[in-house]
Design a protein around this ligand. Sequence first.
Ligand SMILES: Nc1ncnc2c1ncn2[C@@H]1O[C@H](COP(=O)(O)OP(=O)(O)OP(=O)(O)O)[C@@H](O)[C@H]1O
Length: 279
Amino acid sequence: MQTNTDSGQPVIEISQVTTSFGDHIVHAGLDLDVRRAEIFALIGGSGSGKSTLLREMILLHRPDSGSIRVLGTDLHGIGDDETLALRRRYGVMFQQGGLFGSLTVAENVGLPLREHTDLPDTLIDEIAALKIAMTGLAPEAGLQYPSELSGGMMKRASLARALALDPELLFLDEPTAGLDPESAAGVDVLVRKLRDMFGLTIVMITHDLDLLWQVADRVAVLAEGKVQGIGSMVELEHMDNPAIRQFFDGPRGRAAHEQAQAEAKKTSVETGRPSSKPK
Ligand SMILES: Nc1ncnc2c1ncn2[C@@H]1O[C@H](COP(=O)(O)OP(=O)(O)OP(=O)(O)O)[C@@H](O)[C@H]1O
């Protein structure tokens, strides 16, 4: 668990954002801050506007009004050069992986380096191999095509590509969706390692309660166009708000919490120290 997030500076500052599609208001004056080096999760029911907000943070969609600052840059009216410079500073792992099917994993991972740098091919290949190894894939996976990968391998390959340019900020869209429990647990460990070892700020959208209990420092619950509550899972669990309660009161919510408590107990027995999880 990150212990210094309270003093962390915001790397994303969202203020009074409104977004609508026709008559449909998705964000109605939404405020949110993400602090440096925290693992931050966005949760909310289907259609609550999580993906749209993520798309706004990565410059794929513009809100109708309000302000979004990412890594100190105001996204409103941002020019092409600034956009390019900002895009180099964050990585995105899309839900479906977003890998090019006609390229090998290594070629996919090397692609951002070819697009954004003048590095020689040999160095790009070396960096791609390093990123592939960082995500726990075997070196041979670099030679495979996306269609030859399992779901877990696909997520890791996509993550390796998101890490290609050594981002300060990483966006993960449903990083464990569609994975078996073992692969999903591997992603939990990987996400925490990336933050702990490289100080990355991680913003993720997830419905995975295990992932939320195991790795998220703070979680924001979206509903009715606004953030209904924000805090650690323990803090949220004690908030009296119907949009928040539904995440904890269902059978999946209870099972994930029980598992998190069991894991925390196991860690404290193994290390002889009290565990910081669940928070
Ligand atoms: N390009 C678009 N055109 C019209 N409506 C859109 C568009 N993108 C999103 N919406 C609508 O905006 C609302 C929010 O969508 P969004 O994908 O952000 O929700 P979400 O919280 O990510 O949902 P889910 O968990 O199901 O992925 C939905 O009602 C969706 O239909």
